[in-house]
Design a protein around this ligand. Structure first.
Ligand SMILES: C[S@@+](CC[C@H](N)C(=O)[O-])C[C@H]1O[C@@H](n2cnc3c(N)ncnc32)[C@H](O)[C@@H]1O
Length: 260
């Protein structure tokens, strides 16, 4: 019977190596073979750069896995199958693998899908996920914005759901985190202007990296290029909230009832 190595998803935080947890740091130094994601073969890896900036020497046998940024289902399926098959092949040699994840491994990360497919191919593989600092937690801290206080509501969504959904969610949540905002920046700015929320919005790019950018005048971003590693924090102080029931707010039962 094959004795597989363990598959470890090590969250490295969003860019500042100081935000690598002690557990992820230990995993990187455990002798496990490193695997890191790239969008194209031989392209640089953001996750790998975090470990390198932390002062770790990249092991000579560290291996890249290609996860292309495409919506072409066929190309994606092939790439995923190749990455998972290679991971299982390496695990079958008996050595642990540590997969380097930017941000947190359970938050919009490649690792979750990779681990699922690996388990389908080899159910005996043990998977460990090391949690970490997500991009939006670090972004909020860097921008000195609180994500939620007391009974405030918070939603984290990919901006690709579109302007109508974002517009609707602004009525439901005190804070919205718009991940993967790059393709919609201009449209989001127009919406924020219409809703009078420009002053309570912030754009954060490559948080924790040497070229981090925090933009509070978000309207000034219109028509400019932004990096894929960027997000927006939008707060809606005008939101009408419901009442709390036993510590939770009760929704208004009728339009005429009092609002807390
Ligand atoms: C595939 S998701 C990865 C999320 C990551 N696992 C996390 O925990 O934040 C990529 C999106 O996360 C956000 N992101 C990731 N790293 C970031 C960073 N350093 N600065 C700002 N946004 C970042 C961006 O919205 C980007 O489009």
């Amino acid at each position: 019977m094959t004795r597989y190595g363990k598959l470890i998803g090590a969250s490295l935080g969003p860019g500042d190596p100081e935000l690598i947890t002690r557990r992820a740091w230990s995993a990187l130094q455990s002798g496990a073979r490193w695997l890191y994601p790239v969008k194209k073969a031989e392209e640089s890896s953001y996750a790998l750069s975090i470990a390198a900036r932390g002062g770790l020497a990249i092991p000579a046998d560290a291996e890249q896995l290609v996860f292309p940024m495409t919506r072409n289902a066929e190309v994606l399926a092939k790439a995923w199958a190749r990455a998972a098959a290679r991971t299982v092949e390496l695990l079958a040699a008996g050595r642990d693998l540590v997969f380097l994840v930017e941000g947190d491994a359970s938050t919009f990360a490649t690792f979750g899908h990779l681990a699922r497919v690996v388990r389908e191919l080899a159910p005996a593989v043990v998977v460990e996920t090391i949690p970490g600092v997500s991009s939006f937690a670090a972004a909020a801290a860097a921008a000195e914005v609180t994500l939620a206080e007391e009974d405030e509501t918070l939603a984290v969504i990919p901006a690709a759901y579109g302007i109508e959904i974002i517009d609707h969610l602004l009525d439901e949540f005190d804070t919205l985190v718009l991940m993967k905002v790059k393709p919609l920046v201009d449209e989001v700015i127009d919406l924020l202007e219409r809703r009078g929320l420009l002053a309570t919005s912030c754009f954060i790019e490559k948080v924790g990296a040497p070229d981090e950018r925090i933009v509070r005048d978000v309207a000034g971003l219109k028509g400019t290029q932004v990096n894929y590693l960027s997000l927006m924090l939008v707060q809606n102080p005008k939101r009408v909230r419901g009442e709390l029931r036993r510590g939770c707010r009760r929704r208004r039962e009728s339009a005429g009832s009092a609002v807390a």
